[in-house]
Ligand binder design. Structure first.
Ligand code: FAD
Length: 593
């Protein structure tokens, strides 16, 4: 079996860099210790090796599809659903009282990272159910929890997040699916949702759709949106009866073909019932709970695919002889035998780029997850600080692994030359699979608006101040290590540049020029994410510099690569961000003619 990730790197990040062991002293995690967490990680890796990775390509070749009105998915999905709960891949972070295992979110993400890297077509089935169960625990009534939770945690019933409608994708304020109150406390629902992941298949008895709807009286826009639990089959007099939810299509896609994406219609026969979750007309806020979690999951997917692609292209480069090294008499001197392509600087550059992005992305996901755990295990101002840090990191944790991840996979495909373009090799599948990460759960454009338009200035800039303090703490520690001093300096220069960029953009908001301020939000996302990932790399470099093995030296080397080849691009991004003119704003002349 080919390598698709490094457990050594994952364990090192978890236990040495992010010091997961320290978290276990919190009362919430008192039943867990480091050896037990390592055991769970090993069990998931064994499961991924034996059940997930072997069917990764088969799921792509035999995609989810509708057959005679039924969505059919690969038979291996059944095994995943049966085993995922016991392995900690579903609901394991929930409270004991809700049927969870009170595992740290950071561990949960690491477990799912292993599964994603082995087979990213598979993990959405359990990931969405896990997120939906969390939503139910946080905002659902006890009555709803009693009916639905246990069946969801056992994966007998799947969970979905049903937001998108044909006219409401990025703009959820345009949702029109309506829900009219009934006398029995439920609601009568009519509408349709498109592109609903994991929305139907032959291996779950029921599907519980957490759906955005409009209930009369809520007013226009996002403020009037409510959240409904809409089952495919509703319990009635001790049995399950059809709830008038029809699956009318399964979208055929360029990637993640093994993962079903459904088109659902509610209330065709005027017999679809929904139950309110959370507060009427304020439910988009509740849905954001699930969406924020799902955003980190999408980032994790991006990091995992980039990781698996890195190991596949590295393996190819270790086996493929082609050409000669430049110093051995030049390219045309055939007196020397061919060298392996891994020895060509350009191939090495592509591989180092992949590694720097993949491991930097993983660190970012673990950092965000650690803030989620810290928020849960602290109180008052401290908990609020971790909450703000998580909020600020979330759009980047979603977007950087998605955007840089697809660049990494693209370079990985390039490493293979012509073989990269051919079906026989796996790179083309990673290339197709990773592409969706920048689209669903809020496109890169939307995440960037969230970062620059909301998060950076949130709480009068307090969240940003917290993050800058965290970065400065790493800089101060790294400045004690001679080898790291130039990188500390480079990162501090970037922090100053960030302030300069924000100083340029902020007055535009004060003058009401929001479009001008936000027109290049995506460039700011790239700029700030590069800075934040450089911080992660400095952190990795700092811990690795205390090591001394080849493994540690490789980490420091990759850190240097990230600073030299990636962070350096920020100067040009900053220059564009600070240009006085904006060339992308709609004006009197149609420039796209
Ligand atoms: C495979 C797949 C699975 C999915 N799974 C789910 C799911 O489980 N549940 C669910 O509810 N949805 C799901 N979706 C829907 C997904 O979340 C949407 O596709 C996504 O939010 C974008 O919406 P849209 O496709 O309508 O694009 P649009 O919103 O039409 O956007 C098109 C382009 O315009 C840009 N744009 C739009 N508005 C703005 C703006 N205000 N400012 C700047 N740029 C803007 C976007 O960034 C994008 O580049 C899935 C989609 C796919 C393809």
């Amino acid at each position: 079996m080919s390598q698709y990730l490094s457990m050594e790197t994952l364990n090192w990040m978890l236990f040495e860099v992010f010091r997961l062991g320290d978290l276990l002293s919190a009362p919430r995690f008192q039943d867990h210790d480091e050896p037990s967490l390592r055991l769970i990680l090993d069990s998931v890796k064994k499961f991924a090796d034996s059940e997930l990775y072997p069917v990764f390509r088969a799921m792509d070749a035999d995609p989810a599809r509708m057959v005679d009105g039924q969505v059919i998915v690969h038979p291996a999905v059944k095994i995943m659903l049966e085993r995922a709960g016991e392995l900690g891949l579903v609901g394991s972070t929930l409270d004991y009282d809700d049927g969870g295992m009170q595992l740290p979110v950071t561990l949960y993400q690491a477990l799912n990272f292993i599964a994603d890297a082995a087979n990213n077509n598979m993990t959405g089935y359990t990931g969405l159910t896990s997120g939906a169960a969390g939503l139910l625990c946080s905002f659902g009534s006890q009555e709803l929890k009693d009916i639905y939770l246990a069946k969801m945690l056992s994966n007998e019933w799947g969970g979905t997040m049903a937001l998108t409608e044909p006219q409401a994708g990025s703009s959820l304020s345009d949702v029109v699916t309506d829900a009219i109150p009934r006398d029995d406390g439920s609601y009568s629902v009519h509408g349709q949702k498109i592109w609903i992941s994991g929305g139907d298949h032959q291996f779950a008895e029921n599907f519980i759709h957490f759906t955005l709807v409009r209930v009369p009286g809520g007013g226009p826009g996002t403020k009037g949106i409510s959240l409904m639990l809409i089952p495919k089959f509703r319990p009635e007099n001790g049995r399950l009866v059809p709830n008038d939810v029809s699956t009318v299509g399964d979208f055929q896609k360029m990637g993640q073909r093994g993962y079903t994406t459904t088109h659902l219609v509610f209330g065709e026969k005027d017999d679809c019932r929904g139950w309110l979750v959370g507060t009427l007309h304020r439910c988009l806020e509740h849905m954001f709970y699930m969406m924020n979690g799902a955003r980190i999951h999408v980032g994790r997917h991006g990091a995992a695919i980039a990781t698996a692609a890195y190991y596949a292209s590295r393996q190819f480069a270790l086996e493929r002889p082609q050409g000669r090294r430049l110093q051995a008499g030049g390219l045309k001197d055939t007196s020397e035998g061919q060298t392996l392509i891994i020895n060509h600087p350009d191939v090495r550059r592509m591989l180092l780029l992949q590694k720097a992005i993949a491991e930097g992305s993983l660190a970012l996901i673990l950092q965000a997850s650690l803030y989620a755990d810290r928020e849960k295990t602290s109180k008052g101002e401290e908990a609020a600080r971790y909450h703000d840090l998580l909020e600020l990191l979330t759009p980047m944790a979603k977007t950087y692994p998605a955007e840089a991840g697809r660049r990494a996979v693209d370079q990985g495909l390039q490493v293979l030359g012509g073989a990269g373009f051919c079906d026989e090799y796996v790179l083309q599948q990673y290339y197709r699979d990773v592409r969706i990460m920048a689209i669903y759960e809020g496109t890169t454009g939307i995440q960037s608006l969230d970062l620059l338009g909301r998060k950076v200035f949130m709480n009068k800039g307090a969240s940003l101040k917290f993050l800058l303090a965290e970065i400065e703490a790493t800089c101060a520690a790294a400045a004690e290590v001679d080898e790291l001093k130039p990188y500390v300096e480079q990162l501090r220069e970037q922090l100053a540049l960030n302030q300069k960029v924000l100083g340029h953009l902020m007055p535009m908001a004060a003058q009401g020029e929001f479009e001008k301020m936000l027109s290049d939000a995506t460039l700011y996302m790239e700029f700030f994410s590069n800075l934040v990932v450089a911080w992660q790399w400095l952190k990795l470099g700092l811990v690795a510099s205390g090591g001394g093995s080849d493994f540690h030296r490789a980490k420091v080397h990759t850190m240097k690569f990230f600073f030299q080849y990636e962070l350096s691009k920020n100067s040009s991004l900053a220059s564009t961000l600070m240009q006085p003119q904006r060339l992308t704003i709609v004006g009197p002349v149609e420039v796209l003619d």
